[in-house]
Design a protein around this ligand. Structure first.
Ligand code: CUA
Length: 310
């Protein structure tokens, strides 16, 4: 128990599970960890003891040790005990595995959200068409199903919010499903598949809020995006642009942005859709609403900076 607390305190253990499926993964972790610990101790402790107890202590190097042939009980033990441990590990794993994907009960509400991994951001699409970047909002105590994929032209990513479940690959042209059901809170995640220069910046966040609050937010958000009056442009700038062009667009692994380079919306849209040089086609499948949100945000943002001398 003491070592458990020590491990947890040093950040070496999994984060606390906050979704029923994630709890199963956590249980598995601890049981397998205990079995592995037992094996480690049963090998390492005798090894160290024997090194001291049976060392040769200056006897002649040519003297041979006692020649022992056969120890049936010992041989049976070191065969059967490992088999027993493996059977326990296997049985417990297969007992826990089926619940790793949550299924909706009859009549239970299920919200399906599409998650796309892209270099280097996460794009979410809600059932009513509203889009979010990197940060997902979700209703509390509701079954949320994530359909995880990536555009054909992109690379493989892996969606991982440890508190709410395991890793799920975002593979171009394929879909993987997972689900969660969580209490109100903020859950942090990270792309878990090396996907290029800014892989480390590909963070995800799920903010779980009360159901009423979520429903009204989602409705308003979809209307605002439709009307071109939302924060989508800023979200896109932060998610899709700043990872390479710097937090202020001052340049990082990609060149700096200026009012001159972003003022031509047609040109920006063309580059964002097709990529250029080392820049991936970050907005290849964006619809006009998404593209307009970005180009008008960029024009506004960099025009303001130009006036203030920044
Ligand atoms: Cu996406 Cu690593």
């Amino acid at each position: 128990m003491g070592s458990t607390i020590l491990l947890a305190a040093s950040g070496l253990t999994p984060v606390t599970a906050d979704s029923p499926n994630a709890e199963r993964i956590e249980d598995l972790y601890w049981v397998l960890c205990a079995i592995a610990g037992l094996v480690l101790l049963s090998v390492a402790v005798p090894l160290v003891l024997f090194v001291f107890r049976y060392r040769s202590r200056g006897r002649d190097r040519t003297i041979e040790g006692p020649q022992i042939h056969g120890a049936t009980r010992l041989e049976l033990a070191w065969t059967l005990v490992p088999i027993g441990l493996l059977v326990i590990a296997l049985a417990f794993t297969f007992y826990k595995l089926p619940g790793i994907t949550l299924e909706a009960q009859a009549g239970e509400r299920e919200l399906e959200i599409r998650v796309e991994g892209r270099q280097f951001y996460w794009q979410y699409e809600y059932p009513n068409g509203a889009i979010a970047i990197d940060k997902l909002r979700a209703p509390a105590n509701t079954l949320v199903k994530l359909v995880i994929t990536a555009p054909d032209s992109d690379v493989q990513h892996s969606y991982w919010v440890p508190g709410l479940g395991g890793k799920f690959d975002a593979i171009p042209g394929e879909t993987n499903d997972t689900s969660f059901k969580a209490k109100v809170g903020v859950y942090k995640g990270q792309c878990a598949e090396f996907c290029g220069t800014q892989h480390a910046a590909m963070l995800a966040e799920i903010e779980v809020i009360p159901v009423d609050e979520f429903d009204s937010w989602l409705e308003q958000e979809a209307e605002a995006q439709e009307a071109g009056d939302s924060d989508l442009g800023e979200e896109e700038f932060l998610g899709a642009c700043t990872k390479c062009h710097g937090p202020q667009g001052e340049g990082l692994v990609g060149p700096g942005l200026s009012s001159a380079s972003v003022s031509d919306a047609e040109n920006v849209a063309q580059i964002v859709r097709n990529g250029r040089g080392r820049m991936p086609a970050v907005g290849e499948e964006w619809d006009d609403r998404q593209m307009d949100a970005l180009t008008s945000y960029l024009r506004k943002r960099f025009a303001e900076e130009g006036q203030s001398g920044g």
